[in-house]
Design a protein around this ligand. Structure first.
Ligand SMILES: Cc1cc2nc3c(=O)[nH]c(=O)nc-3n(C[C@H](O)[C@H](O)[C@H](O)COP(=O)(O)OP(=O)(O)OC[C@H]3O[C@@H](n4cnc5c(N)ncnc54)[C@H](O)[C@@H]3O)c2cc1C
Length: 453
């Protein structure tokens, strides 16, 4: 299926509810069954009976001796890949192997920002395609991923920075994405809690708004893809750690796991922050990836305060408000290599000073929770979705801070690459060989400096 074809365009319209589906054969029967599964009556009965009537959304599958495709990593990208392999390519003899529980990695730890406000054509094409998939994802999965297109506003604090944003906005519009420059009076109306005052160190001189950007419920994305893949017969196997690779000569023929050996014609790796560790098991110890900690924070719940995503251009801060009322925010990497899913205090200190520079009115709000995730930082800040690096192996990694928004397109493109043994035009630029050939996709022009990407 090509992006933007008839089926896709129809799904992108927001009018694909159950009625047409009910009229169309097997899809209709499935939609009707799933409707019944989450009907208003069911919600009501379960509310009155202690929520004991729900069935698990996916089976607890036991590993079989062999599969057509094994996907290592039950994060967003692994699950989306499994779903699109089955849904788009009819490949259903697939296992997703997850070492912990589903959603224990970055898919359940991110700040949920979805956007396609990139400058370089390769990135903008990929992330804009992802945005289009987001726009119909709840319908596609028949599962509410709570995608909320509340916009993202990148604040500029100097005329030079605003020029840079205007250039980016123009590039976005030329590539079919949406972008709009806002000036201080419009920003004051759009984000009333923001202090635009020139007395600050970082006066706001304007900003780039992408109205179609927004947020989604991260766990629901994992659960929705898992449920969708399971419905197609994919085995999702939790608590199954890959501990080694089976090889026949140079070719990868499966994996050793904490639950025994599993063979496969094709083995795909989608383990994000654990990429270097897992590929080391296959004897590959040089990759253009570094693992770093990134932290996220949630405040206590407050009344509706900000209904868009705001980013600070004088440093690194991104903030939105969750549907429960908590402010969700994040900042820079911790700045040292680590596989620990927790960070340190200096980042919290920087982040809070940035937050208060923008929103001094939040000075007495209390922080409720914080956590960390392990980021697979690539050396040019762009992802890798490719065949190889060994025969029989496929690799998906290098997501840096931005892999949540990429989840649908990443799964879609990776599934295509695995099924057809060639990349789709959208992910063709994201091969591993670009690092040998010097064809880097360096969005920010920062070179191999993870903390700046
Ligand atoms: C704090 C934070 C904030 C972020 N904010 C955003 C944001 O706002 N927007 C955005 O677009 N992106 C954001 N990201 C990035 C995004 O979350 C990730 O890039 C993306 O989720 C990575 O892909 P994934 O979901 O497949 O990874 P994961 O969920 O990490 O999946 C990888 C899985 O592989 C499993 N695994 C590892 N080793 C093995 C093994 N040996 N055997 C079996 N399984 C294994 C892990 O347990 C894990 O579940 C953020 C990340 C963090 C940590």
């Amino acid at each position: 299926m090509k992006p933007g074809n008839k089926r896709q365009t129809r799904r992108n319209s927001h009018f694909t509810p159950f009625v047409p589906a009910l009229l169309s054969g097997t899809t209709g029967i499935r939609a009707a069954r799933e409707m019944k599964e989450y009907s208003a009556l069911k919600v009501l009965t379960n509310t009155l009976t202690g929520n004991r009537g729900w069935k698990p959304a996916w089976r607890k599958a036991e590993p079989k001796p062999s599969y057509d495709v094994i996907i290592i990593g039950g994060g967003g990208h692994g699950l989306a890949t499994a779903y699109y392999l089955a849904a788009n390519h009819g490949i259903t003899n697939v296992a997703v192997l997850e070492k912990g529980y589903l959603g224990s990695g970055n898919i359940g730890r991110n700040t949920t920002i979805v956007r396609s406000n990139y400058l370089l054509p390769q990135n903008i094409r990929f992330y804009e395609y992802s945005m289009k998939l987001w726009e119909s994802l709840s319908h596609e999965l028949n599962y509410n991923v709570m995608f909320s297109q509340r916009g993202i506003l990148n604040l500029a604090h100097s005329p030079a920075q605003l020029d840079d944003y205007i250039r980016r906005g123009n590039a976005m519009r030329l590539s079919g994405a949406d972008g709009k420059v806002l000036y201080p009076d419009e920003i004051a109306r759009f984000v009333p809690g923001l202090d635009l005052g020139g007395s600050q160190r970082f006066p706001v001189v304007g900003g780039l708004l992408q109205p179609r950007a927004g947020t989604a419920r991260h766990d629901a994305v994992a659960w929705g893809y898992a449920r969708g893949a399971d419905r197609h017969g994919v085995d999702i196997i939790e608590n199954c750690e890959v501990t080694g690779f089976l090889r026949d000569g140079g070719r990868v023929t499966g994996v050793q796991t904490s639950r025994g050996e599993i063979r496969a014609a094709k083995t795909a790796v989608a383990v994000a922050g654990s990429t270097s560790r897992v590929l080391k098991l296959a004897g590959i110890d040089r990759l253009p990836i570094e693992s770093h900690v990134l932290q996220a924070f949630v405040s206590e719940s407050i009344k509706p305060f900000v209904d868009t995503v705001v980013t600070f251009g004088g440093g690194h801060l991104y903030m939105s408000q969750s549907d429960k009322g908590g402010l969700v925010f994040g900042s820079d990497l911790d700045g040292y290599n680590s596989y620990a899913q927790r960070g340190n205090l200096p980042v919290i200190h920087d982040l809070m000073s940035e937050l208060l520079a923008l929103f001094p009115g939040l000075d007495r709000i209390r922080l409720l929770r914080s956590w960390g995730g392990v980021m697979d930082m690539s050396m040019d800040g762009s992802p890798i979705i490719t065949i190889g690096p060994l025969d029989g192996m496929y690799l998906n990694c290098g997501w840096c801070y931005g892999g949540f928004k990429a989840t649908p397109a990443s799964g879609w493109c990776f599934a295509w690459t695995i099924a057809k043994d060639e990349p789709h035009a959208i992910n063709a630029p994201f091969g591993l060989d670009r690092f040998y050939r010097g064809m880097l996709i360096d969005e920010k022009g920062q070179g191999p400096t993870p903390r700046l990407h």
